[in-house]
Write a protein that binds this ligand. Structure first.
Ligand code: COA
Length: 253
């Protein structure tokens, strides 16, 4: 992993991945995308890591795909870059651990697409969100047209995608894009307190919840319900579940 474009740190069960090209507002180039994929794999395998935070250095999350790299590509190769960002988003969604985007400043294009794939999004008041691709006569290719629309519905998503205008954190919160908005000074504490609550739960049950939500959302309801029941069955069979269920009854007696 190249430490220059991405920093990976681990503390108190949280693996923090920091996009680190602050001079270009953490624009996503191929090197950073590969490093992000490696860091996610690393965090997935590490039993000490209970949850993952993706964030950006220098007061911004990411201003999207690196346009200076993109401009050199043929349409076919540019399409491959889009697919590569999609792969990262799918990697985030299929991870067994909760992934949270901690967002300050610009969260645009591919950066927004990565944030949308996370399970949770916490932002500071100075954050802004958007898909400026249309202003460049292109469109989002890393999942933005699909995930934003599925998350907030076609009416609001189309406005954001068609205008290319940025929305502020308070508006993103009201559209249910965000879980929480805090002052910049309070953001770290808010994220850590939230993740600490999750670390107290069964890791297996959390991973099954994540699978039920993320697989189910793309299936017809009938199949999604079967997936949910399968995940429930596996959770029920764990030692943790048996212990907690029995302990509950014992307390009541
Ligand atoms: N790709 C490559 N470089 C980028 C970038 C991107 N997506 N976004 C910003 N940068 C670079 C700028 O070129 C500039 O570099 P320079 O100092 O060498 O000139 C640096 O980051 C700072 O950006 P700047 O535009 O000067 O900051 P700003 O505060 O005036 O504007 C934005 C911020 C985000 C509004 C503006 O940078 C922008 O529109 N970026 C492109 C966003 C975009 O279209 N993303 C989708 C790409 S497909």
């Amino acid at each position: 992993m190249n430490e220059m474009v991405l920093i990976y740190e681990k503390s108190e069960g949280i693996g923090t991945i920091t996009l680190n090209r602050p001079d270009v507002l953490n624009a996503l180039n191929a090197e950073m995308i590969d490093a992000l994929s490696d860091a996610l794999k690393n965090a997935e395998r590490d039993e000490d890591v209970r949850s993952v935070v993706i964030t950006g250095a220098g007061g911004n999350f990411s201003a999207g795909a690196d346009i200076s790299e993109l401009i050199e590509k043929t349409p076919i190769h540019a399409g491959e870059t889009a697919r590569r960002i999609q792969e990262i988003t799918m990697q985030i969604e299929s991870m067994r651990k909760p992934v949270l985007a901690k967002i300050r400043g610009y969260c645009l294009g591919g950066g927004f697409e990565i944030a949308l794939a996370c399970d949770f999004r916490f932002a500071s008041e100075d954050a802004s969100f958007g898909f400026p691709e249309i202003n460049l006569a292109i469109i989002p290719g890393g999942g933005g047209t699909q995930r934003l629309t599925r998350l907030i519905g076609k009416t609001e998503a189309a406005e954001i995608l068609f205008t290319g205008e940025r929305i502020r954190a308070d508006k993103a919160l009201s559209l249910h894009i965000l879980n929480a908005v805090t002052s910049a000074a309070e953001l770290d504490d808010a994220v850590n307190a939230f993740l600490k609550k999750l670390h107290a739960k069964s890791a297996v049950a959390l991973s099954l919840l994540k699978r039920a939500i993320n697989s189910g959302i793309n299936m017809p309801l009938e199949h999604a319900l079967m997936t949910e029941a399968d995940c429930f069955t596996i959770a029920f069979a764990t030692e943790d579940a048996q212990k907690n269920l029995k302990a509950f009854l014992k307390r009541r007696k």
